[in-house]
Design a protein around this ligand. Structure first.
Ligand code: SAM
Length: 310
């Protein structure tokens, strides 16, 4: 714990005062193979081309590369990480390899359609885009029920591994935000909810929320957060996302895409979408860099607080 705090303090000092723009976290896409075809997804192939899945060796090399840049937190994404396999290797082998290399923690972002039991990650982020039909209209019939069943079957792991949910708000589910936050707050297995907005990658532009509606939702989220609901976003980060007028510090995360592309910043930037960005980590990173106390606190809670390991 002390070692991690020291590393983070040193990273911040070097980034803030010496101008060393080194990533602290890595989003690593293990594949773009998925068991769902979500309407808003920026990874889903809409051009009919075949999805790709990386080998264990490729991912191990990518982990070494990211660690060498200074990154210490890795999030495995996809595609669907829980269905990734290379021969006998599974997701848990990637997680263990990340720890061997020296990452402080490994998280997984998943659609929760597979059993979660036995997952070796420090924390799991499950995508929850509404309650019941609000979720299913985006992710497919029956996906909410399956997600819920898998969360409940995993309940005995509570305390050994952190479990949170992530909602992406778009035109289809913008009326379901409050219900979803309250659902997450009431569920004993769910620690917190992160809120993001749709980012209009090609083929998904129609789901973008009008700016006024987005601002009203952010105001509501700030009220809910201040009322004590377990919203992971910091108030400062939400305010930054409300106006989108901050200087981006998105190099704090690097991205290793399903095609192996190694990006120093978010794929949204490569697509020219910063002006319509919905990835709330952008606001969190800008507020972290500005040393906003609430963002620093929520970042430490997210990254340094220990699970008991499993
Ligand atoms: C691409 S998915 C991959 C992991 C997993 N299959 C899942 O559904 O969570 C990772 C996260 O990106 C979010 N996402 C996908 N497309 C997005 C978009 N256009 N704008 C904002 N977030 C998006 C998803 O909702 C999900 O939370």
């Amino acid at each position: 714990m002390i070692g991690r705090l020291f590393y983070l303090a040193r990273w911040f000092f070097r980034a803030r005062f010496l101008g060393r723009a080194a990533p602290l976290q890595t989003v690593l896409f293990v594949s773009d193979v998925c068991n769902l075809a979500c309407k808003h997804c920026n990874i889903l192939k809409r051009d009919g081309s075949a999805p790709r899945s990386k080998s264990y060796g490729q991912i191990a090399a990518e982990l070494e590369y990211a660690h060498g840049l200074g990154s210490r937190f890795v999030d495995f994404s996809g595609g669907e990480p829980f269905i990734w396999a290379d021969g006998a290797y599974t997701l848990n082998d990637l997680i263990r390899q990340a720890r061997r290399i020296g990452f402080f923690s490994a998280t997984v972002t998943s659609n929760g359609q597979q059993p979660l039991a036995g997952c070796a990650a420090d924390s799991i982020w499950l995508s929850l885009d509404g309650v019941g039909g609000a979720h299913d209209q985006i992710r497919g019939p029956g996906t909410f029920a399956k997600l819920l069943a898998n969360i409940e079957a995993d309940f005995p792991s509570r305390g050994r591994r952190r479990l949170s949910v992530n909602m992406v708000i778009n035109r289809l589910n913008s009326g379901a935000v409050r219900d979803t936050v309250e659902f997450a707050a009431a569920h004993p297995a769910i620690e917190s909810i992160a809120l993001n907005f749709h980012t209009p990658f090609p083929g998904t532009e129609a789901l973008l929320l009008p700016p006024a509606e987005r601002r009203a939702i952010i105001d509501e989220l700030i009220r809910l957060k201040k009322a004590g609901l377990p919203i992971m976003n910091s108030v400062s980060g939400l305010k930054a996302m409300r106006e989108l007028n901050f200087k981006p510090r998105c190099w704090i995360s690097n991205f290793i895409m399903a095609d192996g592309a190694r990006l120093a910043e978010c794929p949204g930037r490569r697509a020219g979408l910063c002006g319509q960005c919905g990835f709330c980590m952008a606001g969190e990173m800008a507020s972290l860099f500005a040393f906003k106390p609430d963002t620093v606190f929520s970042g430490l809670n997210l990254r340094v607080k220990r699970s008991n390991g499993c």
